[in-house]
Design a protein around this ligand. Structure first.
Ligand code: ARG
Length: 467
């Protein structure tokens, strides 16, 4: 009976309370307690609306608000006593409020936990997207700082992990600036999609009571750019929909894909084989056995965490695919993957920034790697094009020149002019001038290309954007 009494919210039709095992199995307060600030904001708006339409009095509303404020303070101070027997954040707060404020018995008028949890999560997503955006900006700033510090250094760019064409370090790093910028736009879109108020959908079929959904939406900031309220348009969809959860997890998963690729580049660059970068000691670890080791653990963990983010997305997609309308308790399991994606993304982006800050480009090693004249073989083909040779033929000709260099063991740019002219007469006496690295870079003047002018222009754009 004691347990039945604790379940005052729905215990009426039950003759026995839940088994201990069922209680621990079904509680969610251990992970949804973090929704408390959003839950309280939702309850304040809902009770304000109830008073606005006359379902409760102004005095009742004020008492509810005062009680919720006290609970909010207790939660913030870590003093609130969460009770797993009360299942979730919603019932914990409502019961604590009811103990202090008699009017709290009216708070759940025209509301279900189904539209309540949907509201809490939409408020959470709007907040979380801004938080992640801030961390993305920090990671971008760290990329930009490294690009400004050592960016003009040339390295080979790769395709198939084979040396391809020379690029500036800044150009390579700025590729990740673009990725994170797209991520920021994606989170802004997720926040916009979250910006619809579910309250009023009830359990699934709304309410017979004369509520004002638009009032609640406005109070909670679910408004468009012109301040007009945005309320969800189908009560069944409202409580069944988990699209924003999936979109948020997708956005996190893509951030993960991006920082994982960056991590992989840094792991390669910091290996003895490449030697392009020294990672800061503060984000590396040693070996318990091999005294000489300095391992790029932060980068490896970033790669590993990305897998976790992708797993969370898969969990959510799998969860919803077979669910009949509308709310099913399965959906309680939507929160752990979302919170985990948020927490891990936040931490990972801080680690990205930390690892990049204090990294040093090893100019000598980069210069050595980029000195290979074969990296400019394509420029030689372009030279032939400029001398009237069709590109396909030029490609073939340069292939033969490369082959000659390889078989004779002579660097490409040191072949005898007479020998290369035998391969094609359009190779003039100045043919080897294309192998001047600076000249080759300077000729790449188009938008998005790795010429020094372009790269400088891009960095200036990023500096302006990131402040
Ligand atoms: N803790 C629940 C969840 O997160 C709240 C909604 C419960 N609704 C219900 N009909 N049992 O999904």
């Amino acid at each position: 009976m004691a347990r039945k009494k604790q379940q005052a919210t729905w215990g009426g039709r039950f003759s026995a309370g839940p088994a201990e095992l069922m209680l621990s199995f079904s509680e969610s307060v251990s992970f949804d307690a973090r929704l408390a600030p959003f839950d309280i904001a939702g309850s304040k708006a809902h009770s304000a609306m109830l008073a606005h339409v006359g379902l409760i009095t102004a005095a009742e509303r004020d008492a509810i608000h005062a009680g919720l404020d006290v609970i909010a303070e207790e939660v913030a101070a870590g003093k609130f006593k969460w009770n797993p027997a009360l299942e979730d954040v919603h019932m914990n707060i409502e019961q604590a409020l009811t103990k202090r404020v008699p009017a709290a018995a009216k708070l759940h008028t025209a509301r279900s936990r189904n539209d309540q949890v949907a509201t809490d999560m939409r408020l959470f997503f709007k907040w979380a997207c801004v938080e992640v955006d801030g961390r993305l900006a920090e990671a971008q700033k760290a990329l930009l700082a490294l690009a400004e510090q050592d960016g003009e250094v040339m390295i080979p760019g790769y395709t198939h992990l084979q040396r391809a064409q020379p690029v500036q370090v800044a150009h390579h790093l700025a590729a990740y600036l673009e990725m994170f910028e797209r991520d920021r736009a994606r989170f802004a879109a997720v926040a916009d999609h979250a910006n619809w108020c579910p309250l009023g959908a009830g359990a699934l079929a709304g309410t017979t009571l004369p509520i004002d959904r638009e009032f609640t939406a406005k109070t909670l900031g679910f408004v468009d750019a012109r301040g007009r309220p945005r309320v969800t348009q189908n009560s069944m969809d409202t409580v069944a929909d988990r699209d924003v959860f999936i979109e948020f997890a997708t956005a996190c998963a893509l951030v993960g894909a991006h920082f994982s690729r960056l991590a992989e580049d840094l792991i390669l660059w910091s290996s003895s084989e490449f030697g392009y970068i020294n990672l800061p000691d503060t984000f590396c670890t040693g070996s318990s056995l091999m005294p000489q080791k300095k391992n790029p653990d932060s980068c490896e963990l970033l790669r590993g965490k990305a897998a976790r983010l992708h797993g969370n997305l898969t969990t959510l997609l799998t969860m919803v695919k077979g669910l009949p309308l509308t709310y099913n308790r399965d959906l309680q399991e939507d929160k752990p993957p979302v919170f985990d994606s948020f927490d891990q993304t936040m931490t990972c982006l801080a680690v990205v920034a930390g690892t990049l800050t204090g990294a040093e480009i090893r100019r000598d090693r980069c210069a050595k790697a980029v000195a290979d004249p074969a990296l400019l073989a394509t420029d030689l083909a372009d030279y032939l094009v400029e001398h009237g040779v069709p590109f396909r033929e030029a490609h073939h000709v340069v292939g033969a020149v490369v082959k000659l260099a390889e078989t004779s063991g002579v660097p490409l740019n040191e072949l005898a002019t007479a020998d290369v002219q035998q391969i094609h007469p359009a190779l003039g006496d100045d043919w080897a001038s294309v192998f001047d690295l600076e000249r080759a870079a300077a000729r790449r003047t188009g938008t998005g290309m790795p010429g020094p002018k372009q790269v400088r222009r891009q960095l200036a754009r990023w500096k302006k954007r990131l402040g």
